[in-house]
Design a protein around this ligand. Structure first.
Ligand code: ADP
Length: 959
């Protein structure tokens, strides 16, 4: 089909793919490419990007224009779209083979302004992190005024939008301004110039080494290890983009893989280490694996000549002191010749070298910057080398990417970070995409997706890639279980246990509950191995370790244990659990089933205490455990931080396994009395743990509300309560909580945590304000929260990736909740499409007090719809629309609807493109309103006269 036809036929789909996220980033990136290719001229661009118009209208305008320009432009457009859209959003779109190729626009660019245009996509990328610097240079050179700078820096813009606004402004200031910008970028880029711009001729031996390293990296990275024992899934076939976000900067635009080492979001220019953090199973190792593969194939990170991948798990078993040179060559790739020359080249070109360290949280020692090593040939224990590399005291200039679970990242480590990127797992579209890739048969995929969607608790769990994998893997069990479909994380892991045990059983006889009994011996052996491993921070097991626990070849065949990958292949035949969470699950099974564990294991587990001295005699892990008592004490102290996340996961599984719902499973496997006793112990520990949190709530200052700021462990206890699924225990725990405000900001709350929170919080006795700002709640999380909305009087969900879809469901619920009065949704992905819902909320709920919708994508159209609700509402006191694009028309609609309000005391329209017409309407509002006390209007297009006029009416009011 011709490109023109494709554009026309897929118009609706393309519009949806470009605009449905509410972010303008995709559209703007397509425009960048088309401008650079010369497919659009500057005037076209200005006709498309009309300020104050909706995203959809702009995108429609682009489609019209591209279509009228003919087949070549349509081809370029489709190609640009393919490059820009994340895989999940491109599903179902056809880009045709006839798409034109995007080539470097190497037409001679005779002016700097032409260069700005031709290199626009890469300039937008390069400008991130240095917009302020360029603005300063332009200010110094007199090309920009401070008002120009303010306009570029407007907080409504994301970092990429700021970069584009900067380019647009520079263009309008002429060629000299453009050359200032280009010069700045050139200087900034000097150390890391891309390969093709560099005068660099590495020695021949180096090139040979590079080839050897990249083929070794490629071989290690092309298969996904979890599938090692089950099916041969290549990374290319299964890899699905996860959601990546900057931890520090609020950026709307989705981050791509290359942005991890890119300029976006740098918080410390001096540091060389980027941290990718995320929950267990969120896909951190897989993401690194993908980066390795793309580098080895020459498809990404081509600014780096060498990439050295390390696994902290494997570094744990390196007991010799090494130098950096030995670390690189022995652990990654051995040079056949000229080691010294190759290493010297690495030392001379640090900016072209990348190290990756997977699983810093699995390293036995916690990060410290106490021991200094600066010389790359000096030997030191491997963890000391690693910490010095991270700090940059060793191999300064070499970029390092480190992954770790979020809870294991200490403030000390944060001090040394260039930036932190958070991997949030799959988006809803990502789940869809993953399941379709996992099941090649589209009917099976559709059925699996349908059954996931029918169970929102399960769907919430599937945001975690590891759980999504398990659920997809066990699709037969999932589709066959009807009513009993899994709800908790423990349910999902029990499903995979049953799946693999029954697959292994030659008779496939035991379909009922007997499956566990039949394989009890294996489960206990693997359980003991896992348990001992968790207690000693050991994740890789040698043949001797297995033997010591009595694990045989047959047990190994069970896929729960896989052969450990090791690049240097010095450790023959080592094994590890196919995922660390699976090790925790087996450890929990052991705690529940074994009669050998000490009575204090459960209390110690819930107090997250070191369990090393308890219980079983140490039978194995000679390599993992130090010998002398003194050493042991030191190592216990050091490894505490690394253990905590795994102890928490294990405790969560113990709670789930001891739930009343699963008691039948254990019937013929261990004495019921013992299991019941353990269940009582867990219930007691949970209740004690929660009480401890309540006791820490300070008495409120007079006149203020009693507020509890939850510690991270609180969310973990809530998750344990959910896993137990005993509503009486949850009820008892919550009945003692007496607060007015529950603050859970920056607590890594995603859909899974929302399900648990709603399950537990619904038992609160009095309504609370629930503050969940700066988490990853998303639309699915919002849906999970609905069951506890009746105990909420205010809901704070700032910066949580929520779209119109989530709002629609939320509002349908909260209009039935009597106490619900306030909502804050600053910095989400809301568009005009949900303003009707808010309007309905305002009309229906005449107790509603505060609506804060700052930094979303609301335009005049949305404001007009909102105004309909405002006309009728008599209670709203606070309305925040800071950083939207409502313009004059929106302001007029709002102002006229608020004239009769007796309740509104505070209104913010900061940064909304309000001009004289809007000011005039606001002046009218000031004249007529009897209640308004504050009106915030900074960063608009108001003239001095507009402001003066309004101030004359009421000067105390305008800010
Ligand atoms: P983490 O390192 O964060 O604990 P992993 O990368 O080990 O998580 O992911 C666990 C499992 O989840 C993988 O083995 C794989 O099955 C699945 N998975 C994770 N990320 C992806 C992805 N981006 N695409 C496809 N599958 C993934």
């Amino acid at each position: 089909m011709l490109a023109e036809e494709l554009v026309l036929k897929q118009r609706t789909k393309i519009l949806h793919a470009l605009c449905s996220s509410g972010s303008a980033e995709h559209l703007e990136r397509v425009l960048d490419i088309l401008l650079a290719q010369g497919a659009l001229i500057w005037e076209d661009y200005q006709n498309i990007q009309v300020p104050g118009r909706t995203l959809y209208t702009n995108a429609r305008q682009l489609l019209d224009l591209v279509y009228t320009k003919g087949v070549d432009t349509c081809g370029l457009f489709l190609h640009a779209l393919k490059l820009v859209l994340p895989e999940a959003q491109a599903v179902g779109l056809s880009f045709s083979e006839s798409c034109s190729n995007l080539e470097e626009n190497d037409e001679r660019q005779s002016t700097s302004n032409q260069t700005l245009l031709a290199q626009r996509p890469s300039l937008v990328h390069k400008l991130q992190g240095c917009v302020d610097g360029v603005l300063e240079a332009l200010l110094d050179s007199g090309h920009f005024s401070s008002a120009d700078c303010d306009e570029v820096r407007l907080p409504i813009y994301t970092p990429t939008q700021q970069a584009r606004r900067l380019l647009d402004h520079v263009r309008s200031r002429g060629d000299l301004a453009a050359s200032v910008l280009l010069q700045y970028i050139h200087q900034k880029q000097e150390p890391g110039l891309p390969l093709n711009q560099r005068e660099l001729t590495p020695p021949k031996e180096f090139l040979k080494y590079q080839k050897k390293l990249s083929s070794s990296v490629s071989a290690q990275a092309c298969f996904l290890s979890t599938y090692g024992g089950t099916s041969h899934m290549s990374l290319d076939d299964i890899y699905t983009d996860g959601e990546l976000e900057l931890a520090e900067v609020n950026a709307h635009g989705p981050l791509g893989l290359e942005d991890i080492v890119g300029l976006a979001g740098i918080v410390n220019e001096e540091a060389d280490t980027v941290l990718v953090s995320g929950e267990a199973g969120s896909g951190k190792s897989t993401l690194l694996q993908r980066l390795h593969l793309l580098w080895a194939r020459g498809l990404a990170l081509q600014d780096f000549l060498l990439l050295f991948p390390f696994s902290c798990r494997r570094l744990n078993s390196e007991h010799n002191e090494l130098s950096v040179q030995e670390l690189l060559f022995q652990h990654c790739c051995w040079p056949d010749r000229n080691q010294e020359e190759i290493f010297q080249f690495i030392l001379d070109h640090p900016h072209q070298i990348l190290f990756t360290f997977d699983g810093l949280d699995e390293l036995k020692q916690s990060f410290t910057d106490e021991h200094r090593v600066c010389c790359p040939t000096q030997r030191a224990p491997v963890h000391v080398l690693l910490f010095n590399l991270i700090q940059g005291s060793l191999m300064k200039g070499v970029q390092k990417v480190v992954t770790s679970r979020s809870e294991a990242v200490s403030p000390l480590l944060k001090k040394h970070l260039r930036k932190e990127v958070v991997l949030k797992g799959f988006s809803p579209a990502g789940i869809d995409c993953f399941v379709r890739k996992h099941h090649r048969d589209p009917t099976v995929a559709a059925k699996v997706l349908e059954s996931m969607q029918a169970n929102t608790a399960l769907l919430g769990l599937c945001h975690s890639p590891v759980l999504c994998w398990i659920v997809s893997q066990c699709h037969k069990e999932l589709l066959g279980c009807g009513e009993g479909s899994p709800k908790t994380i423990t349910d999902v892991y029990l499903m995979i246990l049953q799946h693999f045990l029954q697959h292994q059983s030659p008779l496939k006889s035991t379909m009922g509950l007997g499956w566990l009994q039949e394989h009890l011996k294996t489960v206990l052996l693997l359980g003991q191995l896992a348990f001992e491993g968790i207690r000693s921070t050991c994740y890789i097991f040698s043949g001797t370790d297995l033997e010591a626990c009595g694990v045989t070849e047959k047990d190994i065949c069970m896929v729960f244990l896989i052969k450990s990958k090791d690049m240097s292949s010095t450790h023959s035949k080592c094994y590890e659990f196919s995922h660390v969470t699976l090790q925790c699950f087996f450890a929990a099974l052991f705690i529940v089933l074994s009669s050998n564990t000490n009575r204090s294991v459960i209390p110690k587990l819930f107090e997250l205490e070191n369990m090393r001295e308890t219980g079983l005699t140490r039978v194995c892990f000679g390599a993992c455990l130090p010998s002398s008592d003194q050493q042991q004490q030191a190592s216990e102290k050091e490894s505490k931080a690394a253990e905590t996340p795994n102890l928490q996961i294990t405790a969560m599984f113990v709670s789930g396994l001891l739930s009343q719902r699963h008691q039948n499973l254990w019937l013929h496997c261990c004495p019921s009395a013992a299991v019941e006793k353990k269940a009582r112990q867990v219930a007691k520990c949970l209740s004690k743990g929660i009480q401890k949190h309540f006791r820490s709530i300070p008495q409120p200052v007079q006149g203020e509300k009693k507020s509890m700021h939850a510690m991270p462990d609180f969310v973990w206890l809530i998750k344990c309560l959910y896993e137990m699924q005993e509503s009486q225990i949850a009820k008892d725990a919550m009945s003692k909580l007496e607060v007015d405000h529950l603050k859970l900001t920056y607590c890594n709350i995603g859909p899974v945590e929302c399900t648990a929170l709603a399950y537990v919080l619904q038992h609160l006795r009095n309504p609370v304000g629930l503050q969940l700002d700066n988490n990853s709640v998303g639309d699915v999380g919002v849906e999970q929260l609905l069951p506890c909305m009746h105990i909420c009087n205010s809901l704070y969900l700032r910066n949580n990736n929520i779209t119109d879809e989530g709002i629609r469901k939320l509002i349908a619920k909260v209009i039935q909740c009597d106490s619900f009065q306030k909502i804050a949704l600053f910095n989400n992905k809301l568009t005009d499409a949900c303003m009707q819902d808010f309007s309905y909320l305002l009309k229906t709920k005449q107790v509603f007090i505060s609506l804060r919708l700052g930094n979303n994508n609301i335009t005049a159209e949305g404001a007009t719809q909102l105004a309909e609700g405002l006309k009728v509402n008599q209670t709203l006191a606070y309305l925040g629309l800071w950083g939207n694009r409502i313009g004059d028309a929106g302001t007029e609609a709002l102002a006229s609807s608020l004239e009769k309000s007796n309740s509104l005391v505070w209104l913010s329209l900061v940064g909304n493109g309000v001009g004289s017409a809007g000011a005039c309407a606001l002046a009218n509002l000031i004249r007529k309103s009897t209640s308004l006390q504050e009106l915030w209007l900074r960063n608009n297009d108001l003239s001095l006269e507009d402001v003066e006029e309004m101030k004359q009416l009421e000067s105390r009011l305008i800010f």
